[in-house]
Design a protein around this ligand. Sequence first.
Ligand SMILES: NC(=O)c1ccc[n+]([C@@H]2O[C@H](COP(=O)([O-])OP(=O)(O)OC[C@H]3O[C@@H](n4cnc5c(N)ncnc54)[C@H](OP(=O)(O)O)[C@@H]3O)[C@@H](O)[C@H]2O)c1
Length: 329
Amino acid sequence: MTFKALLIEEKSDSTFEKKVRTVSSNILKINDNLIKVHYSSLNYKDALVARGHKGISREYPTIPGVDAIGEIVESKNGSFSRGEIVIVTGHDLGMNTPGGFSEYISVPDNWIIPLPKELSEYETMVYGTAGVTAGICIHEILFNNIKPESGKILVTGATGGVGSMAIAILAKLGYDVIASTGKKESHEFLNKIGAKQIISREEVLADSKRPLNKARWIAAIDNVGGQTLSSIISSTGQHGLVCSIGLVGSDKFSSTVYPFILRGIRLIGIDSAERGLEIKKDIWKHLATDWKPDNLSEMAKTVKLDEIIPEIEKILKGKQMGKIVVDCQ
Ligand SMILES: NC(=O)c1ccc[n+]([C@@H]2O[C@H](COP(=O)([O-])OP(=O)(O)OC[C@H]3O[C@@H](n4cnc5c(N)ncnc54)[C@H](OP(=O)(O)O)[C@@H]3O)[C@@H](O)[C@H]2O)c1
C-alpha cells in the first residue's frame, strides 16, 4: 500500500527536507491498529520535528503530527471495530512513531480514545494536544480548589494553541483571564475567546531582583518559560498555582525558595503526552461537555495536507493565532 504524508528526511549535509510525498506503508511501525486519518492538528512540537529536532524524533525519515482522528481499518486484537472513529493524541505519535500528517497511522491499543458522542471529528482536532494540555492544567486548577472567585488566571503565549484553548475553557468556566501576548493585532481574537484583560509579554516581567513581587494573579498557565516563568512565580498570590507547560521563550528559569515557603506557591509540571489513558478519557469527557467553548469550531483554520509547510514555518516564528486543523482526507 502507498499513501500521502509529510515526510521529513535528513540529507547527507545534515539538513532536513520536508515534502508531501507518496510513501510506502513500510514506513509505519507494526502496531495493533491501522487507522485511516481524517484530520490532524498542528502543534509547536510538530514544527520542531519538521525542523529536525533529534531530541524529539531520533529516527529520520519520519512523519510529524502528534494528533489524529480517523477510522479503524484494522484492529489486530479486535479491541476496536472496523470503521470506528477514534482519537490519538500524544504518546509517541509524531515522535518516533510516524504521525498524523499522513493518510494512515499505526498505533497500539492503549493510545486510542473512542470519539465522544458530543463532539464532531473536526472539533476533536480543533482541541488536539493543545486542548488536552489546557484541559490537564484546568484539571490541576480545579483539583487545587482555585475557583473563579479566588482571583485572576494568567495565560502566556495567549494566541498559541495551548494558550487560546486554555483561555476559552477558563472563560467558559467563569474565570477572569489575563491574556499575555506579543501580538498587538490579536486583541479582538483574544476578547472573542474570553480574555477579560490583555497585557504585553513585557508586562508579565516583574522586578527580577526581588524574590517576591506584588501578587497579580492566583494561578498561571505558562507556555513561555525563562524569565517569564521566573516573574510569574514571584507575582503569584498566596497559595496560588503555576502550571509550567512550554519553553517557546527559554528552557531555563531561576527562582528563590521564597515564593514556595512564604506564599505556598505550587509549581506544577504538565506532561500531556504520557498522561495516562484514564485521565485523558476524563479530560475528553469534559472537553466534550461542560468545558466546551461555545465558539470552538471558529478557533481554528483548516488546511489540506499539501498546504501544511507554510503553517509549520509560521508556528516556528511564533506567528500563528489559534489552531490549525489539517484535513488529511
Ligand atoms: N508540557 C506539555 O505537555 C506540552 C503540550 C503541548 C505543548 N507544549 C509546549 O507548550 C508550548 C506552546 O505550544 P503550542 O503548540 O501552543 O505553540 P504555539 O501555538 O506556537 O504557541 C506559542 C505561543 O507563544 C508565544 N511565543 C512565541 N514565541 C515566543 C517567545 N520567543 N517569547 C514569548 N512568547 C512567545 C506566541 O503567542 P503570543 O504571540 O500570543 O505571545 C505563540 O503563539 C511549546 O513550548 C510546546 O512545546 C507542552
